[in-house]
Write a protein that binds this ligand. Structure first.
Ligand code: ADP
Ligand code: MG
Length: 226
C-alpha cells in the first residue's frame, strides 16, 4: 500500500464528524482531547525480502488520526491492510518511517516496550474473538485490567460496566460457548474497551452487527468512552 490513488492499493476512509465529547483520555501522563493527534505516521514502509524480490507491503504511508475519529482502512486482498494494522497496533514495527502513538516513537521499541504500549493504549477486537473458554465473560473482559494491575474490585466494576454497554450485563456469568457468535464479538469489544485504550483495534468483523468469522486481523475502533 502506498501514497497514491492507484487501483488496487489500500486507502483510508474516515468519518469527518468528530464525536462531541469534552472528556479527556489518559495516555500515560499525556492527556489527549478530541481532535488532538493520536496516531501520526510519516513515510512508513514495511518491506519483506523474499529471495531476490522485495515485497513492498506498505510503501511510504502517511497517516494522521485524531482523537475521536472513526477511520477505516479499505483495499483489495494483498494491498497491505493487515501489515499496516499490525504496525498501528504496535504488534510489529516498520522497516522505515516514523510512527508516533500518543507522541511516543514506536519505531525503535523493544518487544517489552511494545507490549507495554499495547497494554496502555490499544484495545484489540479480533475477528476470531479470542475469548478464553475457561473464563466466564466477565472474567474475559477483566483480563486486560488484570495485566494492567487494576485492583480486583475495580476490575469487576469496570468490566461489568463495559458488558452493560454492549448489552450483555445479564450474561456476565455465562461461559463464552454459551453465547452466540455476535454476542461473543460484543464481549471482545467490551474487553477491548475495558482497558480505556486510546484507539481500540478491531477487525473487519466490527463493521456490522452480523459478524464475519475470519482470521484474526485487527482493525481500529474509536477511543473508548469513560
Ligand atoms: N511476513 C511476510 N513476509 C513476506 N510477505 C508478506 C508478509 N506479510 C505480508 N506479506 C505480503 O505483503 C503484502 C500485503 O499483505 P497484507 O498486509 O496481509 O495484505 P491485506 O491485509 O491488505 O490483504 C502481500 O503481498 C503479502 O503477501
Ligand atoms: Mg488482511
Amino acid at each position: 500500500m502506498g501514497r497514491g490513488e492507484e487501483p488496487g492499493r489500500a486507502g483510508i476512509g474516515r468519518v469527518k464528524k468528530e464525536r462531541e465529547s469534552r472528556r479527556t483520555m489518559a495516555v500515560k501522563t499525556v492527556r489527549l482531547r478530541p481532535g488532538e493527534t493520536l496516531i501520526e505516521m510519516r513515510g512508513i514502509c514495511k518491506h519483506y525480502v523474499m529471495g531476490d524480490e522485495i515485497v513492498r507491503a506498505n510503501d511510504n504511508v502517511n497517516l494522521t488520526i485524531r482523537m475521536g475519529e472513526f477511520v477505516s482502512i479499505v483495499g483489495k486482498s494483498g494491498s497491505g491492510k493487515s501489515t499496516l494494522m499490525n504496525i498501528i497496533g504496535a504488534l510489529d514495527v516498520p522497516t522505515s518511517g516514523l510512527y508516533l502513538l500518543g507522541g511516543e516513537d514506536v519505531g525503535d521499541m523493544t518487544q517489552n516496550e511494545l507490549a507495554d504500549i499495547r497494554n496502555r493504549m490499544i484495545g484489540f477486537v479480533f475477528q476470531q474473538y479470542n475469548l478464553l473458554p475457561k473464563l466466564n465473560i466477565l472474567e474475559n473482559v477483566e483480563l486486560p485490567l488484570l495485566y494492567a494491575h487494576v485492583s480486583a474490585e475495580e476490575r469487576e466494576e469496570r468490566a461489568y460496566r463495559q458488558l452493560e454497554r454492549v448489552g450483555l450485563g445479564d450474561k456476565a456469568k455465562n461461559m463464552p460457548n454459551q453465547l452466540s457468535g455476535g454476542q461473543q464479538q460484543r464481549v471482545s469489544i467490551a474487553r477491548a474497551l475495558a482497558g480505556n485504550p486510546s484507539p481500540a483495534a478491531g477487525g473487519r468483523a466490527h463493521r456490522r452487527a452480523g459478524f464475519e468469522d475470519q482470521p484474526a486481523d485487527p482493525g481500529i475502533l474509536p477511543g473508548a468512552e469513560r
